[in-house]
Design a protein around this ligand. Structure first.
Ligand code: PHE
Length: 499
């Protein structure tokens, strides 16, 4: 008989008298446990070994379980307070005496009567004189588990698991034992087959792979879980957003993350003494501090618009405007800096309408970190340059875009930006909390912005938050689940992009 190398090694290491665990065979044969398991399954199919399985459950305390191990179960705290209070008492004061707050109150109430600690009725609580919290099976089980003991009573474990105080983990143990046929085969002599179990770099480089025979693959064999690398769901959603926008006729813009305040703010008719330009928490550059090339004539037109406005109907800010400030470098707080670069003709030459541009890129803001704010996030920037645009074009574009991600309940709210009029904030509904979440800001660029840039048709534009889009499509509530050190790895391993 001929067998592939790994199978022969396992067959020889297996014993007829003692069932051997996979790990021990792996040690003995110097093979990986998954290889041994695979070989054992193959041998089992040939009737040469028997494989038995045993599923072992281990139980560990959750964070909440550990907390109650230290501080005591809420229902016991309630019982002790009620007993102290001597008989029938007002529920509110007992809860207070028990030092219970938030969700612990509900936890205490829902377990109190069930566990025979007493009754709670129309605002009064009684303590059962015979109840013994020291004998509380859940309390004892928590302590025993923490001490490494196991708990035989499944119903107590079920209860603790349903209270989310413990977690069960299952591991499958396999043992291999030689069969009579296996013994006979060994006695008759088994040789190594010429079949190859695995492709190696040598087989590939020498070309030998063409002549060898490969062992059959057992796709049912148990194998270790392998988490390969994978593109982050946010990055994949960014790619999907780009595909959708390209499909809608948009071209991608590209430009610097660190840019002159001129492109980030001045071109957008943001006055230099606007509180946002100091309080926005710009991340300004230490080195170098300023840009060296700005188109002089454009700088002059932007300065004039800020000082005096454009055309007969417009008024400027009449406040100081310094070219030095315009040249200062900072991390961009929005990608609308790219729109001003493109619209000015600076990036790809003068643009003739109609034009559509977008970018899906990082922006940086000195915000306070919380569940919906990060110091850097991705903005979906876009602009449409054409004759006679209206708010309906803007709304129609958003409706078409968000539909591609299954978001069909957009809401619009008028807002104010120095560079757009009218301006609209966009909202969508969070699929889990039902909360209305802001997902973007938009509007039609004002003449005070467009005229200095040399654009004489309409331009509608927007900045949408990619992370917020992902929140709506995937239902997570904290942006830190996908970014940074607190990420939910399981979520990232399994999340798919919504199409
Ligand atoms: N720049 C705005 C978005 C926006 C872009 C273009 C027009 C209107 C609004 C922001 O960062 O929120």
């Amino acid at each position: 008989m001929k067998l592939p190398e790994a199978q022969l090694a396992v067959l020889e290491a297996a014993s007829a008298n003692d069932a051997q665990p996979i790990d021990r065979l792996a040690e003995e044969t110097d093979l990986d446990p998954p290889t041994v398991a695979g070989a054992a399954f193959a041998l089992e199919e040939e009737g040469l070994v028997g494989v038995t399985e045993r599923v072992e459950t281990s139980v560990t305390l959750t964070d909440e379980g550990h907390e109650y191990l230290d501080t005591g179960l809420p229902e016991i705290a309630l019982f002790e307070a009620a007993r102290e209070a001597d008989g029938e008492t007002d529920l509110g004061s007992v809860i207070e005496a028990a030092d219970l707050a938030g969700p612990q109150v509900d936890i205490a109430l829902s377990n109190y009567a069930r566990k025979g600690y007493g009754t709670i009725e129309s605002g009064t609580v009684t303590a059962d004189a015979d109840a013994d919290p020291d004998a509380d099976p859940e309390r004892r089980a928590l302590a025993a588990l923490a001490g490494g003991e196991s708990i035989a009573d499944e119903s107590v474990l079920d209860r603790l698991a349903s209270r989310n105080l413990v977690e069960r983990h299952e591991t499958t143990h396999r043992e291999v034992r030689l069969t009579d046929d296996g013994i006979t085969a060994l006695m008759e002599g088994v040789e190594t087959a010429d079949t190859v179990g695995q492709v190696t770099p040598e087989l590939l480089t020498t070309g030998e792979w063409e002549d060898v025979e490969f062992a059959e693959y057992n796709v049912e064999a148990d194998a270790e879980e392998a988490h390969g690398g994978r593109t982050h769901v946010l990055r994949r959603t960014a790619e999907r957003v780009k595909d959708v926008l390209v499909g809608m006729g948009f071209e991608e813009m590209d430009g610097p993350h660190v840019d002159a305040d001129f492109w980030i703010n001045d071109c957008l008719f943001m006055p230099q003494d606007h509180p946002a330009r100091t309080h926005w928490g710009r991340f300004e550059m230490d080195q170098p501090t300023e840009i060296d090339d700005l188109p002089e004539d454009l700088v002059e037109r932007v300065r004039a618009a800020h000082r005096d406005g454009v055309g007969p109907d417009s008024d400027g800010y009449h406040s100081p405007w310094e070219a030095e400030f315009a040249r200062e470098l900072a991390l961009r707080g929005h990608t609308t800096s790219l729109s001003s670069r493109y619209l000015s003709g600076f990036e790809v030459g003068e643009l003739e309408p109609p034009q559509r541009f977008f970018s899906v890129e990082k922006v940086y803001r000195n915000d306070t970190l919380d569940a919906t704010h990060l110091l850097e996030f991705f903005q979906i920037e876009g602009l449409v340059m054409a004759e006679n645009l209206s708010v309906r074009d803007l709304m129609g574009t958003f409706t078409e875009f968000y539909e591609q991600f299954g978001i069909t309940d957009l809401e619009f709210k008028p807002t104010y930006n120095p560079y757009t009029e009218p301006s609209f904030e966009l909202f969508g509904e969070h699929p889990v909390t039902g909360e209305i979440v802001e997902i973007g800001n938009s509007g039609l660029f004002r003449p005070e912005m467009l005229e200095p840039l040399g654009v004489d048709c309409d331009v509608m534009a927007w900045g949408l938050a990619l992370e917020r889009l992902l929140m709506l499509t995937h239902g997570f509530e904290d942006i830190r689940d996908v970014h940074g050190t607190l990420v939910d790895l399981d979520f990232l391993r399994n999340a798919e992009v919504v199409y």
